[in-house]
Ligand binder design. Sequence first.
Ligand code: 1GP
Length: 252
Amino acid sequence: MKRLVYNKLMESISRGEKCHWVLLDPDDYSLDEAACVAKESQDCGVNAILVGGSLLYTNHFDKFVQILKKSVNLPVILFPGDATQLSASADALLYLSLVSGRNPANLIGEHVKAAPLIRECGIEPVPTAYMLVESGSVSSVEFISNTRPLPRNKPQIAAAHALAAQYMGMSLVYLEAGSGASQTVPEEMIKMVKGYVDIPLIVGGGIRDPHTAEKKLAAGADIIVTGNVLKKKDGIQIMKEIASKVNSFRAP
Ligand code: 1GP
């Protein structure tokens, strides 16, 4: 199994570096806009681009990935809502198991559908424990996956899930408040999960300013993901500030 993207990520994390990934939902951008936003993100100092969404309304997924690959030198990593969101042009794919839920489709069903295609396309799968965290309202992931999020005031439950995922051989843990979340993943939960596992920790959902990003990193996030902030009027400027915070971050 290919491990190029993952090994590079591990090298950077072992040097004590933090990462900032940007999520581009194919429904939010035309192909030209995507190319432009990806270049701007690269110029801001972002480390990788994620592509995907819980539910897609547009039919340009593969072209979307292709144009991103042509526009930037960053790794383009799939963040699929289901087994239909695949593209041979991507560098890697977060092979997401929604371990916070108990829906077999998101634990093994979609994986079985996607596995032969991933093999055929030669995409690098990165086994990722995806954990949805309660964030004040029903997120798209929660609704579409028909699962319940982890209670936000019970960090020990999140830690047990992350540890189980590590014991099962997963390579990453992703703590997700949901795109556009009004409440981000609590620092207490990030800290506790980080204390339980050795694999890198991704935190995303509702991070819209450099100060919030810094708090997540200080609590133990290795990678932060931002998406919606780009759609703000001054989104690129805010992204630049977040990326610079991430790139210059040193553990306190
Ligand atoms: C969603 O964590 C990502 O999976 C990004 O969330 O759009 O709220 O930044 P935002």
